[in-house]
Write a new protein. Sequence first.
Length: 674
Amino acid sequence: MNGWGDGAGYHLEVANESGGWSWRELAVLRPGGRDDSSWLGYQCVSGDGRYAGVAVLPASAANNAQARDRGAVGYAVDLLSGVVRPVATGIGLKYHSPGCGTGDEAAFTFNDDVDQRTTTILTVDLATGSVARRTTVAGQVTSVVPTSQEPVGVLGGNLVRLPVDGKPVLLAAVDGAAYDLRPTADGGVAFLSLRDRAPTATVAVERAGQVTTLGSGPGTSVQLFQGRAGHPVLVGAALPQGGGAGVVGVPAGGLPHGATTASLDGHALLGAGTTSDQSAPLILDTRTRSVLTRPAAPSRARTWTAVPPPATAAPSGYATRGGPSIQPIVSVTPIAAGAPTCAVPRLAENRQVLQPFANQIDWATQLAEQGLLTGSSAQRPAGYANLGLAAYAANSDFPKIALQHPTGDTWDSVPRSVYEAILAQESNWSQASWHALPGIAGNPLIADYYGAGGGINTINYAAADCGYGVGQVTTGMTAADTTYSANGKTKIAIDYEENIAAGLQVLEKAWNQLYDAGITANGGNPRYLENWYFAAWAYNTGIQPTAQFGNTTGCTPSPTCVGPDGTWGLGWTNNPKNPDYPPNRVPFLRDTYADAAHPSQWPYQERVMGWMGSPIIRFGHAAYATPTYHGGSTWLQIPGVDTFCTTDNKCDPNYTNATDPTASFCTLTDRECW
């Protein structure tokens, strides 16, 4: 099974051995008929091969942690008939969810508190789309799968059983980070684990609390996939002679970047191709050892738009198996009445945005970084774009802020690759709505205008993000904010040059704030791309504590402005140790452009590093130049998964606690490991 997104929705395709592994489109998911540039999703196939569980999220919400935690929509899909049954709104978009069982059940998870402090698991009967069980536990639980008894997942270094009463029961402590749990036919689970900084991953099985190691292999290539009727498929590691406790081993040679999924019997492996223009993944027939290229299926399937009820309204405890399906709701539910929060409205005839070409954004970024979008040569004339404004220039409104740097070096500006990469991740280099082609006017590009947090059936203006344009500038962009005048907000929303200059100031201020606080990489020289890791992290989630974490005074986070645990710094959501990201991931975009279809598998700053090394492709062409490497390197040097999980950060990469199954790598219960 394969899934991919575009403006029409999230496409689900199936292929089988008898059909020569040719793709057939089964369904297209577009919750509520929502209009978005593309859709993201994850899916699993039930152990009986009849159904799939699917979670989808608008691509525009990829940078929103709240949306990834609880903004996606879940569905159950019949793989024979193509019938789609809505499950729940407000679930998580995680690489490990949904997780399918040996029969026709799947576990969907979501986090309904900041920084994944709590986790709710919905066990769903995929045949009916009904929620059979609901469990909420303290802590961040990942890789949950149904078993013959109760759901099993990972909490920190532990395998835990998840009873309906919400009190996790310790099954086994794992040496390292456990991930990719798969249910086995004997009622246990198979899983992978990766120890702090170890180059190899271990494959093991758990049964009745006993863990048996089966083998190991290179951490970045060993994969464990769902198998038929509880026989998981292992790729990249040899199993012991005499069998692998029901685990099926298959070789993966022939796929240039390894396997990303497998057929239930292991007869086919899918993997990314070598070029960015391939419409579907490569298929390795593991019986013939042939690598097959099969194009994506023509889009002819029905588009399903039904919106299921909120996950938070699901019934507690057990429901009658085989009972009535949850009925979809399609109405929009206003949470808060009142006018829109964002300063520049949608659909205003006198506030239309000219979509810039890629070379215009490239040009403007290079000049703005040097503070050169000023003076008569860069001035917008009076009445520009029919805005009714006086003449202005972007760097006159938002001058370059000189960067702090080590003594003995004079570099004090943002390297062009840095901000161009941030623009790629924030907006795909669009100032206007994605509907507008370059040179054509359209609505302003506004993040979460309705405050739905990535969802599709609520309006909560008070929670609106109000990120505008190519840089998704949020600072000062609500109607009530007085940071900028009304005309100043209009220029940021309409003019890409103004937006770039404003966004650069946000980044420049973040760099200087971190530099002054001593949060630097490699001595803090701004000329080197890797040294922007922390500033990119802060560009997305800020420096904590913010008001969200109890900072009611507005103080600047520092040793004298801390949270309740005495911590301050960069947040847990984007910490590379956060188990919502695969611990065996390779650098974003280093191997394949196909990574861009699943951005939520990497922290925000790792995605930015990827766009530095692999320029975004606009209309078939790279939008900017690749960087120059030194010392024989061919890619940016990315910090390891465990780099920021230290005692200084109240984090322990090998933390286990036999008396507290809710323990996690972050040793603080409120997840304020900053």
